[in-house]
Design a protein around this ligand. Structure first.
Ligand SMILES: [Mg+2]
Length: 177
């Protein structure tokens, strides 16, 4: 019997890639924000930096290269590889918000997730996707999504309670493998 594989859409930032540690490193370099900064539940990075520098993150994120060397979120590679044997995996990133991110994100994926072919990469604006599952840290991306929503934990979403949550990639594996 030939079962059709379920499709999973996976977000990049704060799910596969870690922009927060890069923001902290840049704010540390320019404004002495501590490298061990802990972002409080419900907060964004700009809540923890000097008032006059709170918009600086927008400059950082628009610099070519910002997305190219982001750390990989722990265990995402091994779990994605395992999921890839059972599901059709699509990377769905609202990359168009930052025009300089496109090539960096493509190259980053090719380096760290070489088993995801280009046919399965969706760089978009609004995430109008028709998959069975969506793994994302931003609930705005769930509002028109009809499938199973998995909220991937990031400091900014820690106070949100009304979605199925995964705290890390081990928990994704526990639920989906
Ligand atoms: Mg994200």
């Amino acid at each position: 019997m030939n079962h059709k594989k379920l499709r999973i859409a996976v977000d990049m930032d704060e799910v596969l890639a870690d922009p927060l540690s890069k923001f902290i490193a840049l704010y540390n370099r320019d404004y002495n924000v501590p490298l061990d900064l802990q972002i409080s539940p419900g907060n964004e990075i700009h809540h923890h930096v000097p008032e006059h520098a709170k918009d600086k993150w927008y400059e950082y994120i628009n610099e070519p290269g910002f997305f190219r060397d982001l750390p990989v979120i722990d265990k995402s590679q091994e779990v994605m590889k395992a999921l890839n044997n059972h599901y059709d995996i699509y990377i769905v990133s609202a990359a168009l918000e930052f025009r300089n991110s496109l090539i960096d994100k493509y190259d980053w994926l090719a380096e760290h997730f070489p088993f995801i072919p280009w046919t399965n990469i969706v760089f978009c604006g609004d995430k109008i996707v028709d998959t069975d599952i969506l793994i994302d840290d931003r609930i705005k991306n769930f509002s028109n999504f009809k499938g199973r929503k998995l909220l991937f934990t990031s400091p900014h979403n820690l106070l949100i309670t009304h979605y199925e949550r995964v705290n890390n990639w081990t928990e994704v594996a526990d639920k989906l493998l």
